[in-house]
Design a protein around this ligand. Structure first.
Ligand code: NAD
Length: 258
């Protein structure tokens, strides 16, 4: 077990790099902390948006069903709050994981994030357990389309926005509170964890189940937690690195791929 503030203890990082190099299978599980350096606030931890700024109950599926117009008003506000000026792009942590995945060291990146930044960084195998906020889905016919033009219609007053094809209400193509995660993706993520020699959980408070419970499906192997604060897995992780993902993950990728 290791703690560090400057990219982690070099010996521990070297040991983790060597485990990753030798692993038959490995995955990363990521959360909002991965995108913090891209200017997207986290939900929990310092500066998290829940509590003072927004109320989780406003983003529950029940709210969407009962009051879709009010839901979209709050959803637009949340989106504007979470989007940095000029939009968000991948940072060094997304890029490091993309390098590791492209090199075949990671089999997939399983993410709780809905911002699409792993794919933008070039990761090919991304499992988005909570959906993608850059898409909307029609509750009537299931059609999906890009979110931004729909958000623009909401800004112009169309609340709730409706599907051009069937008149159904559009919902952000994300898993709202009270909704189930996509079954096939969740099963795939659990199976990957089960088969993995190394799981790297990065930038996640590991509090939102069932995504946060994915490391518990590992059978043997090593768990590395990279997060600014302690998580519920920190005590049992082989590597507990309390540091910034934008420092640790590039340093790790460099050691694995050198
Ligand atoms: P979380 O907000 O609960 O936890 C984020 C964690 O990241 C915190 O423990 C924080 O200390 C840590 N962190 C912040 N910056 C960091 C950094 N630079 N380096 C290392 N650690 C850092 O996020 P979660 O665990 O992903 O779960 C919350 C839910 O929030 C998920 O369901 C996800 O869908 C959603 N969410 C997504 C986004 C996004 O798409 N970018 C943003 C906010 C929340």
């Amino acid at each position: 077990m290791t703690e560090g503030t400057d990219g982690g203890d070099p010996d521990a990082l070297a040991a983790l790099a060597s485990e990753l190099r030798e692993a038959d299978r490995a995955i990363a599980l990521t959360g909002a902390g991965l995108s913090a350096a891209s200017g997207i606030p986290t939900f929990r931890g310092d500066d998290g948006v829940w509590g003072d700024v927004f109320d989780e109950a406003d983003f529950h599926i029940r709210r969407f069903t009962d009051d879709p117009a009010g839901f979209w008003t709050d959803r637009l506000e949340l989106h504007e709050h979470m989007t940095p000026e000029g939009g968000a792009g991948p940072n060094a942590a997304h890029e490091a994981l993309a390098e590791l995945e492209n090199a075949g060291v990671l089999d997939a990146v399983v993410t709780q994030n809905t911002d699409g930044l792993h794919a933008a960084a070039g990761t090919e195998s991304v499992i988005e357990l909570h959906g993608n906020s850059e898409r909307v889905v029609c509750r009537g016919c299931g059609r999906t389309t890009a979110a931004e033009p729909v958000r623009e219609r909401v800004r112009e007053g169309e609340r709730p926005p409706e599907c051009e094809a069937c008149g159904g209400v559009y919902k952000p193509d994300v898993v709202l509170f009270g909704e189930l995660l996509p079954k096939a993706d969740l099963r795939k993520a659990k199976n990957l964890a089960r088969a993995s020699d190394v799981v790297v959980a990065a930038g996640s408070s590991l509090t939102v189940d069932p995504a946060a419970s994915i490391p518990s499906h590992q059978q043997g192997g090593s768990l590395a937690v990279v997060n600014l604060e302690s998580t519920r897995y920190s005590g049992r992780a082989e590597y507990d690195v309390r540091a910034d993902v934008t420092e640790v993950l590039p340093a790790l990728a460099e050691r694995v791929l050198e």
